[in-house]
Design a binder for this molecule. Structure first.
Ligand SMILES: [Zn+2]
Length: 259
């Protein structure tokens, strides 16, 4: 069953998009399309707010040049949903440009990934020297596939706090995922070396994991598979409270039928 047409070279998926600014429909090949299953389930009844489809690259409308203002054409949505289903039922494919995931913060808070990204960007802007915040921001960027941006945050965290072992762990995982084994091993060695000076609550766990990889008891290729659970961290300060919406049932007033 061929659901999507794959292209040679780096795998991409061709999507039908619809510009919400000018109404133009266009096609675009993307390297990655993420589907947040939590948002998909929330949108099932009545779509509201953010889309469950996340493309971690800038999409510019070829007609009006609007940036990142698009909807996925319904034909593409159907194909994507079938692809995800076949991945779940048939076999997972980590290189597939279409990936389903469940996004949550480290404390279990469900949040749309783009809201989390905005929240962390905002927190980092207000507290640029807060290394831990930069790691959390980096983790969210990494989870969404923004590799360069994630790396920049980890390095910025390490510039401010050289014993930030979570940054080192995630940098190692990033390089491992891209089969850059030398760099991955270097970060793991660095992690073990500076761990005694780290106050990280998961320090022992990180050291143990790093040691297992360095000893060859966990293959480097499998290393990244062991991390996604902790890829997403909890925000340092709770997100700003969302203005409370009146409950829809309370707001509902019976409309008198006019004849
Ligand atoms: Zn447009």
């Amino acid at each position: 069953m061929k659901l999507l047409r794959w292209h040679r070279g780096p795998r991409t998926v061709k999507l039908g998009l619809h510009c919400t600014a000018c109404g133009h429909s266009f096609k675009r090949k993307v390297r990655k399309l993420l589907v947040d299953l939590n948002t998909m389930e929330r949108n099932r009844g009545e779509p509201q707010g953010r889309s469950e489809y996340i493309i971690p690259e800038r999409i510019v409308c070829p007609r009006c040049q609007a940036v990142d203002q698009f909807e996925l054409a319904s034909s593409s949505q159907v194909r994507i949903q079938m692809t995800i289903l076949s991945r779940i039922l048939v076999k997972p494919d980590p290189d597939d440009p279409v990936q389903a995931f469940r996004f949550a913060l480290g404390d279990g808070t469900l949040m749309h990934p783009l809201d989390a990204l905005e929240m962390y960007a905002d927190q980092v802007a207000r507290q640029p020297d807060h290394a831990d915040l930069r790691v959390r921001y980096g983790n969210t960027l990494r989870a969404l596939g923004y590799r360069e941006e994630a790396e920049a945050q980890y390095h910025a965290a390490l510039d401010r706090e050289p014993t930030e072992i979570e940054a080192l762990l995630n940098l190692a995982a990033l390089h491992a995922a891209h089969r850059e084994s030398q760099a991955a091993y270097d970060y793991l060695r660095r992690l073990i070396k500076c761990a005694p000076r780290s106050q990280h609550p998961q320090r022992d766990e990180f050291v143990e994991g790093a040691q297992l990889v360095l000893d060859g008891r966990i293959k480097l290729e499998e290393f990244d598979m062991t991390t996604p659970g902790r890829v997403l961290s909890a925000p340092v300060s709770p997100p700003r409270p969302v203005p409370r919406q009146p409950h829809p049932r309370r707001r509902k007033t019976r409309r008198k039928r006019k004849r």
